[in-house]
Unconditional design. Sequence first.
Lengths: 309, 307
Amino acid sequence: MNLVYNEQVKLYARKSTWIMFVILAVIILGIAILGKTVGDLGNEEYGEDWRQQLEQENAELTEGMDEEQIAYDQVVKENNYYLENDIKPQNYDVWQSVIDNSMLSALLSLFTIIVAAGIVAHEFRWGTIKLLLIRPVSRTKILFSKYVSVLLFALTSLVFLLLFSWLTGAVFFGVNGINPTLVLNSGDGFVQVSALHEITRSYGFSLVNLVMMSALAFMISSIFRNSGLAIGFAIFLMMAGSSIMGFFLQYDWAKFILFANTNLDQYYRGTPLIEGMTLPFSVMVLLVYYLVFLVLSWVFFTKRDVAGH
Amino acid sequence: MTAESAMQLIDVKKNIGSKQIIKGLNFDIYPGEVFGFLGPNGAGKTTTIRMMVGLMKLTEGDVLIEGKSIKTEYKEAIRRVGAIVENPEMYPFMTGWKNLQHYARMMPAVTEERIKEVVTLVGLDKAINEKVGRYSLGMRQRLGIAQALLHNPSILILDEPTNGLDPSGIREIRRYIRNLAEKENVAVIVSSHLLSEIELMCDRIGIIKNGELIAIETVQEALNKTDVKDIHIEAVPLETGRNIVQEKLQINAAIEKEELVLSAKREEIPSIIKSLVDGQVEIFGVQVKRSTLEDKFLDLIGENTIE
């Protein structure tokens, strides 16, 4: 696929693409340094006497609290879970830091949106679209190669995020085994999960949002041929998605809104946003939106004239 | 010209909204000729060129490139075409070389050697590894031509190719456009609103105005056809000369800068000279000024009205 290669060359020939990776790296490092120095992450060491340590922690925490407060305190709850199930708490380590960094996938979505928004619109802005389209290659193939290129970028930056988080985490917090078991708060109580499972889950679900939003940005980019508009609109929707949902929640058709369905995590932890929604339903809705985005991009890109500016 | 046409426009029409901006163009371009596509700004030159290369759809009619329709056999048709549409826009953040590689990858069988060859042809060897963002307009114009020549096209379409070039650059470009046509038998289509330019490098010109082709002829024809010419006669005494011409021959004459200036047909020139000599007027020189293409052009298009 020469076309995809071309797109990647163009993408990485630009400084702004590298700046995205630098920003990502700096933030990961920053979080690790902050966590190590300012916060107490990784400072608590649980030894042989971890039961006493936990009891003591609880005692310190609950001092001066009344019954109700104690019932709601997450740390106390977590400590009790360890004691009840007789599990030695893990020290904060690389696995937990990687999981914590999954929140950075929002940043990844942002970068992917920027790339998706620019990849078609920039060709129009630079005027290079004219030279690009007068080749013996169909417009469909060119558009497809651009979309594949966006996904490749998302994948590359995801791998970068994971690897760099892991390396930073390993350096700053150490490694507790290959795939340790972690105790995490799922909506209705604490559960034990393996670290790899948790990483896959938290990153995997955030990818749904990333793919949907970048498809949206890609569509706006090829319809309006304006990257600013595409970036602005997609980011606005990404940020405002939940507030928009809050506004429409009262209506029956709210469950068909894209943002009601992007968070698939709702079926694993806690309860669905709207009663009656199921995982297959959400997946269907997402697929329909996704196809609409891509088909619209395709129709506008292949059918419309390339006129002057 | 009886050769198989390289490009054929058959009743090409284009509507934008309810307005018809190209109103049925019909013409052929043959291998080995430089065809000048001439017209004032806004006449539809660029729109026509965009339709020739498939950037815009035709509302009606068809464009055949070596017999292949741009509408139904797009890939086969466009494979034979190299083009610059409007400005030669390249990726400013990449070097000239990378830009060429980029386009080369989109076409079948363009080798590294071919890229080098083309770079040398347009004289960009020194600057090819610099970023295009640092190129002057003239350098970008050359890179644009290089890009259009990569795949050895049999039809080369250049939209305003000398835009932004200095006089020596213009001459150079003119030279290898002629070269391509004569030696490689490429059909070259050059659009321009500069008449002098077309006059110098084209074999035939098509003049377009308000979306209609109003004339198509060879450059030589265009220059010879106008039969009334300006004649400048260096004569002494001027007054007598003027009187003779006006009274005997009924031709209006004026005195300008020590010369007798009059308009007459070619076949009248000998009798004018004879009358002057007979009237004891000494003649030191006679100059027949061909009316330039520019006059011809302005005659044809009249005033450029944008509808």
